[in-house]
Design a protein around this ligand. Structure first.
Ligand code: NAD
Length: 468
């Protein structure tokens, strides 16, 4: 059994209980982490609180140096950590290496730079001075789908800001967070600055959220759990940042390069077996091009070979757990019951062992169908027809979510005009690439606040006015 990381040392949980970590490709237990208790949260919060006065007064550039050293070790160990992530949550190894490990290393480096560049003195308003100061002790709660990236998106800006942290990683895929804790320990982060208590959301997560000495909670996960976190945090008037679900639209206007838009759209929807909060899970296509788009999507989708995530040529690994696989299968059944047309994939198990789901595409999806409204979190793409630009915008905005999306048009100007109309936190125009410095976060029920870059740092800062 692994341990908890509190005040710079590894400790056993008082609960004595554990959570098995399962490799979703083999269904075998590969590790066991403590199922922490509320009693385990106490010393972790106390350590973070005790470390705060001195850490918050450390020069930001010093804090940045420790993060840069951590990023260096992360790059050195990238292959080993990527293998851990693959066995922990099933992403094909190349995805685990590039997207799940090296990209977060880049995010860590970006915050090391920002520690040097960001001016915590924000200038004057009339006679008054405006300064930014760390919010205090941060409780960070993260999901399993990008188990290292989601942790770094919170811990890096919090530490640069001068906050101290208690992390509760996902109990479903906790091993990348353990690798990061080892790295923070080795680079000599002072005791108490970073602490980690593994365990279940309703136990460890809620103990953090309700703790009077935790000043802020930063949560990434489902909208359902996020709602609960926000409600509980209100009791102690904590700052809350929420990164929640999505049902993003890939809006393809009639004058766009259809082949490129469909190919990139399918790739986006199926990345990480569709377990990506910002995935473009709805492809919106004009009636005139609808049949051609469906044909192109099926052709592209067939190339997503399902298999062992370590095998060469595998593009879709297993889903993270049996529960997630069953949930996705229920949605595929629901899509058929509601009259959508299955044009690729379905509910058959592609392999005898492992929590696999075929790449699945539905055509004939109408606005309002369950598979058009709800986040499925699996390799399931819904292709929805539209008749006019206004109707397309209405469909794109017609869910409770607003996290990401895309617009394709014949000119950048036209695509930009539509992108500006959408009620969503991020939009890619004509294939614009993901930018790890650009603000990331949701409108509507996709969340509150932003991660990454300067916007991500400012989430962890209070504003003080000094009146002169
Ligand atoms: P989840 O909500 O079940 O769990 C997320 C984390 O919250 C876990 O650590 C879990 O233990 C904890 N948790 C659960 N219930 C809690 C409670 N009552 N109080 C405190 N903590 C609690 O989500 P998941 O299944 O791990 O992740 C998938 C979801 O995360 C998807 O809905 C996805 O869209 C979302 N997600 C969002 C983003 C984003 O940036 N917007 C990124 C990745 C994932």
């Amino acid at each position: 059994m692994r341990q908890l990381y509190v005040n710079g040392v590894w400790l056993s949980s008082t609960s004595g209980e554990g959570v098995d970590v399962v490799d979703p490709a083999t269904e075998e237990i590969i590790d066991r982490v403590p199922a922490g208790s509320p009693a385990d949260v106490e010393p972790a919060v106390a350590a973070a609180r005790a470390a705060f006065p001195s850490w918050s007064r450390t020069a930001p550039a010093e804090r940045g140096k420790l993060l840069a050293a951590a990023a260096g070790l992360l790059r050195e160990r990238a292959e080993e950590i990527a293998r851990t992530i693959t066995t922990d949550m099933g992403a094909p190894y190349p995805v685990a290496l590039q997207v799940q490990t090296l990209m977060p290393a880049g995010v860590l480096e970006s915050y090391a730079r920002l520690a040097e560049e960001y001016d915590f003195d924000r200038g004057r308003v009339g006679d008054s001075l405006v300064v930014k100061e760390p919010v205090g002790v941060v409780g960070a709660i993260t999901p399993w789908n990008y188990p290292l990236h989601q942790v770094i998106c919170k811990v890096a800006p919090a530490l640069v800001a001068g906050c101290t942290v208690v992390l509760k990683p996902s109990e479903v895929a906790p091993l990348a967070a353990y690798a990061l804790a080892d790295i923070f320990h080795e680079v000599g982060l002072p005791p108490g600055v970073f602490n980690m208590v593994s365990g279940r959301g309703p136990v460890v997560g809620e103990a953090l959220v309700t703790h009077p000495h935790v000043d802020m909670v930063s949560f990434t996960g489902s909208t359902r759990a996020g709602r609960r976190v926000a409600a509980l945090a209100a009791e102690t008037v904590k700052r809350v940042a929420l990164e929640l679900g999505g049902k993003s639209a890939n809006l393809i206007l009639p004058d766009a390069d259809l082949a490129a838009a469909v190919k990139v759209g399918v790739a986006n929807a199926f990345l990480n077996s569709g377990q990506t909060c910002s995935a473009w899970t709805r492809m919106l296509v004009h009636w005139d091009q609808y049949d051609e788009a469906v044909r192109l999507a099926v052709e592209a989708g067939r190339k997503y070979t399902v298999g062992d995530p370590f095998a060469e040529g595998t593009r879709l690994g297993p889903l993270v757990s049996a529960a997630q696989r069953d949930r996705v299968i229920r949605y595929i059944n629901r899509g058929q019951e509601e009259g959508a047309r299955l044009v690729l994939g379905g509910t058959d198990a592609p392999l005898e062992r492992g929590y696999y789901v075929e790449p699945t595409i539905f055509a004939g999806v109408a606005p309002g169908m369950t598979i058009e409204q709800e986040e499925i979190f699996g390799p399931v793409l819904a292709i929805v027809p539209f008749g006019s630009e206004d109707e397309a915008v209405q469909i794109a905005d017609g869910t409770p979510y607003g996290l990401s999306g895309a617009v394709w048009a014949g000119t950048e100007e036209r695509a930009l005009a539509v992108a500006r109309r959408l009620r969503t936190g991020q939009v890619a125009v004509n294939g614009g690439r993901f930018n790890p410095l650009a603000p990331f976060g949701g409108y509507k029920q996709s969340g509150i606040g932003r991660e990454l870059g300067e916007a991500g740092l400012e989430e962890y800062l209070e504003t003080k006015a000094i009146l002169l």
